[in-house]
Design a protein around this ligand. Structure first.
Ligand code: NAP
Ligand code: SF4
Length: 678
């Protein structure tokens, strides 16, 4: 028995459906990646799924495929109907099966979330997150949609998939029908609870009738809607029972409609925060149930299964971050898992801004065919200067290819800007990335020289074959009179705890770091990532007795530790550059804590009285104890210039290369790609 099986017996136990045995309980959840829109799409998709099957995912769920054009998420989203060429599907299913895995295709009808003019819904009620107004389906059209979904399931079966997942959560079409507020129809698909769930029940029956008893039917049920007029807990339980009776083999759980103003998967959501809603489904049925949302470690997965909260765990982003998650778990190497830190920066934020998904901590995700790594032709001695994400990522990739690496870091610890991010409330998952980096550096025997500020002359005399400059950034300190006053401090002073900050604070700069500093200074009670406090802060009813699982937010919502004013020179909305999937959470936190936002600012001076400025031309004095400067960064590339003066070449990466929009995604990607070329 491997170490992994002893430590994670529930997670590694096979599951026998009678006609199909899954090798473990780890499900790679469905993800919209947009890979199908890239060049060499077939190769990319096949490789994407192949390596995750090789990494021993128990069951893979594909991204969603629409059953008809009305159900497309956007006009170029994937569709599976009778006209679809199945070549790519057959390549994917064959690749997964060759690796001993199983794969089911997700069928997703976007309903009124579809971002095109043909979008349809139960009624003409527009979704608050979509500008398109849906057309209400006729009764006949609903029956034909059911047939379309069943037909897509049959085609999936022909293409070699082991089953389908019918998307019934997150506020898409089937879920929309279940809501009494959205579904005000008066035909057989609206009105009573039985009528509102009829679309889902009839869909399952139709799929089962056409695909038979040996084809896995998964239904993703909304375990908690988190919207007004959503289902109550007793309704959800009854719905789950009826889905089982209709022929579902496995129930996956979804949390919250996309329009719900409550975070469900960001890193500020405590791990397994939604356990209560998942357990509720589990207790209602005798078929197996999959837990999802904010489960990113084998420990958390094992705990949920061992304690009977679910039978499987779904991890979508964690399989982007590490395709070998399941294999490493089985081999007892969980400390080597590249953990998903819930940042959303390279996955969801890209999807929400019409780009192709990847992963911050694993730039290979979705780009597998671009990162074919081979041992280096000849071993080189390489100096990497700077132990932030760019330097470490380069060192790891390069050492893997056989080079001998020395990593120099001027400070006493590795991590660079990650050390600032990880102390911000809701960002403690960054610790996992640091853990992963440390484990890999140690395993690969990379020589790390801490407290060593390396100079050009030293690099010249030591005779390295290549020098990588990853010296990062310094905080930009704008030329405001009084910047040398003790009240003026940089965000680095604050986040490293070098300066004790007073009760009244002005923050110059309302970008990502400005918001992070504000969160830090507010002393968010969510810091402890304690589920009960999270649920109460966001008005979630863990008893599930109310519609949608909502309850009133207790007021006053937040007792801020400090009075904070944020300023920016632009007149636009503060926070406009924040990540699409997380920015609204930060802005909501600021609103609750009474943080004042001032735009159109000009800064006159900082003195004993505080910050003298003008807002939209009107002079103001902010009587604050400290003025925290969060005005962006500048590249630190003096070492590269000094080397060039000595006639030595170097490669400059990360923030040292480009400080604009200081970006760990870009830094890690650039470092990894460079390492493959040397
Ligand atoms: P940033 O987003 O570029 O924001 C810099 C802020 O400083 C802006 O509000 C800018 O507003 C102001 N500023 C710039 N130059 C100034 C000057 N000379 N004098 C006074 N104010 C000045 O930079 P950041 O906040 O350091 O964040 C860096 C990057 O980190 C972001 O782009 C983002 O990618 C990432 N990040 C994101 C998040 C998140 O999404 N939650 C969190 C942390 C970091 P005005 O020019 O209008 O004054
Ligand atoms: Fe996870 Fe961030 Fe990677 Fe997305 S980008 S998979 S949230 S680590």
């Amino acid at each position: 028995m491997s170490n992994g099986v002893q430590r994670y017996p529930s997670l590694l136990k096979p599951y026998d459906f009678g006609f199909l045995t899954l090798r473990n309980r780890m499900v790679m959840g469905a993800m919209h990646t947009r890979l199908e829109t890239m060049d060499r799409a077939q190769e990319r998709l096949t490789e994407f799924y192949r390596i995750r099957a090789r990494g021993e995912a128990g069951l893979i769920l594909t991204g969603g495929f629409a059953p008809n054009t009305e159900g497309l998420m956007e006009s170029d989203a994937p569709l599976l109907d009778v006209n679809t060429d199945l070549t790519v599907h057959r390549a994917i299913t064959e690749a997964v099966h060759t690796e001993g895995g199983h794969i089911a295709l997700q069928i997703l009808h976007a309903g009124r979330y579809a971002k095109h003019a043909q979008c349809v819904g139960p009624t003409e009620i527009r979704a608050p997150i979509n500008s398109f107004v849906p057309r209400a389906l006729t009764t006949e059209e609903i029956w034909s949609t059911i047939q379309d979904i069943a037909q897509t399931a049959v085609i999936a079966q022909h293409a070699g998939y082991d089953g389908v997942e019918i998307m019934g959560s997150e506020g898409y079409l089937l879920n929309e029908f279940t809501s009494a507020r959205i579904n005000t129809r008066e035909d057989e698909f609206g009105g009573s609870f039985e009528a509102r769930i009829k679309l889902s029940i009839e869909t399952v029956k139709a799929v089962r009738a056409l695909t038979g008893d040996r084809f896995l039917i998964i239904f993703r049920i909304s375990a908690i809607d988190l919207i007004e007029g959503g289902m109550t807990g007793p309704e959800t339980a009854e719905f789950a029972r009826q889905l089982q009776a209709a022929g579902v083999h496995l129930l996956n759980t979804g949390i919250g409609w996309h329009e719900a103003p409550i975070p469900t998967i960001a890193s500020s959501v405590p791990r397994a925060a939604w356990r209560f809603a998942i357990e509720h489904i589990k207790h209602a049925v005798s078929i197996p149930v999959i837990a999802s949302n904010r489960i990113n470690t084998p420990e958390m997965g094992e705990q949920l299964l061992a304690e009977g909260a679910a039978d499987f765990v779904s991890m979508a982003r964690p399989f982007l971050a590490d395709p070998d998650f399941a294999r490493k778990t089985r081999e007892g190497r969980a400390d080597q898992i590249n953990t998903c830190i819930g940042c959303n920066q390279a996955c969801l934020d890209r999807i929400f801004t019409e780009r192709v998904a990847s992963c911050m901590v694993n730039p290979r995700a979705g780009r597998e065919i671009e990162f074919m790594s081979a041992p280096a032709a000849s071993q080189k001695r390489i100096a990497v200067v700077g132990g932030g994400p760019a330097g470490i990522a380069f060192a790891i990739e390069s050492a893997q290819r056989g080079h001998s690496i020395t990593l120099f870091e001027a400070s006493a610890s590795l991590g660079g800007q990650l050390n600032l991010a990880r102390v911000v409330p809701g960002k403690s998952e960054f610790n996992e990335l640091l853990r992963y980096f440390h484990v890999r550096l140690f395993e690969l025997g990379i020589r790390v020289e801490l407290n060593h500020r390396v100079h050009a002359s030293e690099l010249q005399s030591t005779g390295f074959d290549e020098v990588i400059i990853a010296t990062g950034v310094s905080a930009r300190m704008p030329e405001i009179p009084g910047m040398d006053h003790p009240k003026a401090v940089s965000y680095i002073d604050v986040l490293t705890g070098r300066v004790q900050i007073g009760a009244h604070v002005a923050i110059i700069g309302a970008g990502g770091i400005g918001f992070d500093v504000a969160e830090f200074l507010l002393g968010d009670p969510q810091d402890a990532l304690e589920p009960a406090s999270f649920l109460s802060t966001w008005g979630v009813d863990p008893t599930l007795s109310s519609a949608g699982g909502l309850r009133a937010i207790p007021g006053p919502a937040r007792q801020p530790k400090r009075q904070i004013t944020m300023l920016q020179r632009k007149t636009g909305k503060p926070g406009s550059t924040l990540g699409k999937s997380t920015g609204w959470i930060l802005k909501a936190n600021m609103r609750r804590a009474g943080v004042k936002m001032l735009t159109g600012a000009t800064y006159e001076k900082i003195d004993d009285q505080g910050l003298h400025c003008a807002i939209q031309g009107i002079p103001q004095l902010l009587e604050v104890d400290h003025v925290v400067i969060c005005a962006g960064q500048e590249s630190q590339r003096a070492l590269a210039d000094a080397l060039a003066a000595l006639g030595m070449a170097s490669h400059v990466i990360g923030g040292a290369h480009l400080a604009t929009e200081l970006d760990a995604v870009r830094a890690i990607d650039q470092a990894t790609r460079l390492a493959l070329t040397i």
